[in-house]
Design a protein around this ligand. Structure first.
Ligand code: ZN
Length: 484
């Protein structure tokens, strides 16, 4: 463990609690007025030096981290305290790839190849069912799941962007989302041109939003023409916004992309200038050495989704060790809940670390600290948001997670990164702040009504089942198990 010097503005004038009631108020309320001291935990800063402060404190001021205190430093008086005794205080996790509303399809169709899963199950179900309400409630459900398991930022790629935006703003989670194109009629727009027509307005509307980061996405080069991908990437470049695309996920994808573009997937993306900082290449499994060099030269990032890849039987692991060695930003992603089947990044960290030890035949491959960095600063770099999130350094947004280590499965604690990657689960998260606001407290979501979201999800489940049974009957195949 690396103990560190104190950073931050501990000598700044302190907020004076004029009213006693203000000092003893719920810290969730107190942050709105100004300051909150998260005190007594082990602070895992994730700065360059890998600073860990045992018995340290994080001073939050408004939406930002104002300072870090070591155990011995005097505490500011009159600042409401959030007691972090027995907790790890970590940067909020960053999920760099997913399809949030697909939580309503979780467990619908498993154990089949990617193209069968998409063409015979997901695309028909989406065509019949996905509408603004579906996207709002599905995105809200996923936002609740992610916040409660320590994810404070996620990148989303789905339909009905305005409704997804409403959900993430209601939930209080930080999200990258926006116009999405796919080369066939989608539930929200009949064509890529229609999706792009008013797309700039969306990016303009949320340009300065505190937690919604507008960006664009193209589904992939096997579903969408290179011209449409170029237009979608161009829009993101014009706004300095993130751009997401599935890339080099499946062996068959390479052949299709080659047929359509005459180039490999990464080569094609390079040819349209899309490999720049803020471009998220989801999966990026089938990469050649030249591809890795192209991505490194352009500055794009990779979203590594090991559980989704394993579940789909992709017979290769993304070349994460090589990508990191080439200086490419690499973050972790869960992919949608229909292909994982949870949105818990602690699970994803554990799997990522073990997958690369297995495929490299080397237990030293991807050590725990490297993997935790991928889930925090790595993800922030992939989304080009590393000036705002990914670490607990003063000046960054206060996206902070408290993980309770006073559990049988986490006691005793020798190495924080070991516990965070190999032992902890999302259910060990107790309290979460996003942008300085407490959104989860003692395991309860404070921003939205979780029971209502689950009730709505349950109702959508009945509709999904009815449609899937109809599609299966038409196709002459049996789908799904017994009724829930
Ligand atoms: Zn995906």
């Amino acid at each position: 463990m690396n103990r560190a010097k104190v950073m931050g503005r501990t000598d700044a004038p302190l907020l004076v609690c004029v009213l006693l009631a203000a000092c003893s108020a719920d810290p969730g309320e107190a942050t709105r007025d100004g300051r909150l001291l998260i005190d007594g935990g082990t602070v895992v800063v994730m700065d360059e030096a890998g600073t860990v402060l045992e018995g340290g404190a994080v001073l939050v001021e408004g939406d930002a981290i104002a300072g870090l205190l070591d155990e011995a430093d005097p505490r500011p008086s009159g600042v409401p305290v959030l007691d972090a005794t027995g907790h790890l205080v970590i940067p909020g996790l960053v999920n760099t790839h997913g399809h949030a509303a697909m939580s309503l399809f979780r467990g619908l169709a498993d154990d089949m190849p990617l193209m069968t899963w998409l063409d015979d199950h997901i695309f028909p179900a989406e065509a019949a069912l996905v509408d603004p309400e579906f996207v709002y409630w599905g995105t809200l459900l996923s936002s609740i799941e992610m916040l409660k398991s320590g994810t404070t930022t996620f990148a989303d790629m789905y339909y009905f962007r305005d409704d997804a935006a409403r959900a993430v703003i209601d939930a209080g989670i930080r999200a990258v989302l926006g116009p999405h194109v796919i080369g066939f009629p989608a539930p929200d727009f009949g064509s890529p041109e229609a999706s792009l027509r008013d797309a700039a307005q969306f990016l303009e509307r949320y340009r300065d939003h505190p937690t919604l980061v507008p960006g664009t996405a193209a589904h992939s080069l096997y579903t969408t023409s290179l011209d449409d991908v170029r237009e979608t990437a161009r829009l993101a470049i014009d706004f300095g916004a993130p751009f997401q695309i599935h890339a080099a996920e499946d062996a068959s994808e390479f052949a299709t992309a080659n047929e359509l573009t005459g180039m490999g997937v990464v080569e094609a993306l390079a040819s349209i200038g899309a490999l720049r900082p803020g471009t998220v290449l989801a999966h990026a499994i089938y990469l050649s050495e030249e591809d890795i060099a192209r991505i490194a030269a352009g500055g794009a990032g990779i979203s590594h989704n090991p559980e989704s890849n394993l579940k789909l039987g992709i017979r290769r692991a993304a070349p994460v060790v090589e990508a990191l060695a080439a200086g490419i930003p690499v973050g972790l992603g869960t992919d949608g809940a229909a292909s994982n089947n949870n949105l818990d990044l602690f699970d994803e960290m554990d799997t990522a670390a073990k997958l690369h030890k297995f495929t490299n035949g080397d237990p030293t491959a991807l050590p725990a600290e490297t993997v935790f960095r991928m889930a925090t600063m790595g993800g922030a770099r992939v989304l080009n948001l590393d000036d705002r999130i990914g670490s607990l350094e003063p000046g960054k947004r206060a996206d902070i997670v408290l993980l309770d280590t006073r559990r049988a499965g986490l006691t005793p604690l020798y190495h924080v990164y070991s516990h965070l990657v190999y032992a902890a689960r999302g259910s060990d998260v107790s309290t979460v702040l996003v942008n300085g606001r407490i959104v989860v407290r003692d395991g309860r979501i404070l921003t939205v009504d979780e029971a209502e979201a689950m009730e709505r999800a349950h109702a959508f489940g009945a509709r999904v089942r009815a449609v899937v049974e109809r599609v299966a009957t038409e196709a002459g195949t049996a789908v799904g198990g017994p009724p829930p």
